[in-house]
Design a protein around this ligand. Structure first.
Ligand SMILES: [Cu+2]
Length: 228
């Protein structure tokens, strides 16, 4: 083998290796392909609020990442809990949202996310008690938030005690420690909007923001708002 051929072979192998690294990195950084949208518009008479029920869990217990925390949504037709964070909602409509929060909590890095923002009446309820702000340095802190930055919605989801009866695998049932958070918000005109959790709950990932925090169907998703 001539020196030129050897050099060409080494360069070629190097390019292949570099290509593989880029491919692996981009695959790792790209969120999972979103599943089908869970549609809500058809479940309510026009002009009536849409009931959207979700749960937040500390351990999903199944699928590709069984140890990750996640949101689940209650299928409005079957009543079954589904791991799907893409929701189809009617435009200019009131959404009555109920969150069953089963995860333990921690203090926030940014206390701004302790405020209830962008909801109808300016308040949410935590176990039937109205609140507009919650100090995450008290009690059990927050498990997660439900936030839609594009139209200013933010609701902190208070954590359960880590020494209590913590649910270990989804879907969780109310026999486990939980907090019930309720609030209502109004959808804007048609469009795709993104919602996410702002508690850096991706434990074990860079600054807590990798893994479930940046993967579709775990700690964030899409609202497909349509005219009905
Ligand atoms: Cu979260």
């Amino acid at each position: 083998m001539t020196r030129a051929t050897r050099l060409a072979t080494v360069c070629g192998l190097f390019l292949v290796a570099a290509g593989l690294i880029v491919w692996a990195l981009s695959a790792w950084l790209t969120p999972g392909v979103p599943g089908a949208v869970m549609n809500f518009p058809h479940t309510q008479a026009k002009g009536q609020p849409v009931h959207l029920t979700v749960q937040t869990v500390g351990t999903i217990g199944f699928g590709a990442h069984p140890t990750w925390m996640s949101y689940l949504v209650k299928n409005p037709t079957t009543g079954k809990w589904v791991q799907n964070t893409s929701w189809g909602l009617p435009a200019h409509s009131v959404i009555d949202m109920t969150v069953y929060q089963y995860d333990t909590g921690s203090p926030l890095r940014n206390q701004k996310y302790g405020q209830v923002l962008g909801v109808i009446g300016g308040t949410a309820t935590l176990n039937a008690k109205s609140f507009s702000e919650y100090n995450s340095n008290t009690g059990n802190g927050f498990g997660h938030t439900f936030s839609i930055p594009q139209f200013g919605v933010n609701v902190p989801l208070v954590g359960v005690s880590s020494t209590g009866n913590v649910c270990g695998a989804a879907p969780c049932t109310t026999q486990y420690a939980h907090n019930i958070v309720k609030f209502s918000f109004k959808t804007p005109g048609p469009g795709n909007y993104y919602w996410q959790c702002f508690v850096a709950c991706g434990v074990g990932y860079f600054l807590g923001n990798g893994g479930p925090m940046s993967t579709q169907n775990y700690m964030g998703g899409e609202l497909e708002v349509v005219n009905v």
